[in-house]
Design a protein around this ligand. Sequence first.
Ligand code: SF4
Length: 199
Amino acid sequence: MNITRRGFLKLSGAAFAAGALSDFVGQSTALAAEPLEWRLADVKETPSICCYCAVGCGSICSVKDGELINMEGDPDHPVNRGSLCSKGSAQFQLRNVYDPESGDLILNPYRQTKVRYRAAGASEFEDKDWDWAITEIAKRVKKTRDESFETKDSNGVTVNRTEAIGFLGGAGLDNEECYLVQKLARAVGVTYIEHQARI
Ligand code: SF4
């Protein structure tokens, strides 16, 4: 059979149209037969801020039946406009993880919710409450400062400092928190003030 170039294009077009129609009908039938289950239907959405660093990206927490089921970037947030870095994308796992055996959503068994304290020389950690921890930190800072405070250095220059305490900030602190923490540290006389991001 002799087929002209024009005839070949017509036949190809007809075959493509028939295939596409068949696919469309097939997909429509499948959709009609099995309605999609939307994972985020009937959820309460609460905007939040990523806890990991001071960029402060916005996220949306989706809660269903009192359970957090999803976290993702907030497209309306002016800082990140919906995107999250790899750490922020994984913040859902701070609270929930999928059980590798059952596939069920469970509370992350490794999440720390209590103060863990290991006394000097001890090999094991013990649980403490927050009131104990904050009081203990305050007591130790005051004791160390009182014992190490110097008003003048070896040349007789006024310094009013303690060199026995250091302060290390973290990326989770924003500008205002850094300002307050520095103010406290300098008021106490701390001179060794550093930030984790510079190390
Ligand atoms: S850790 Fe990532 S997602 Fe979280 S605030 Fe910082 S840049 Fe944004």
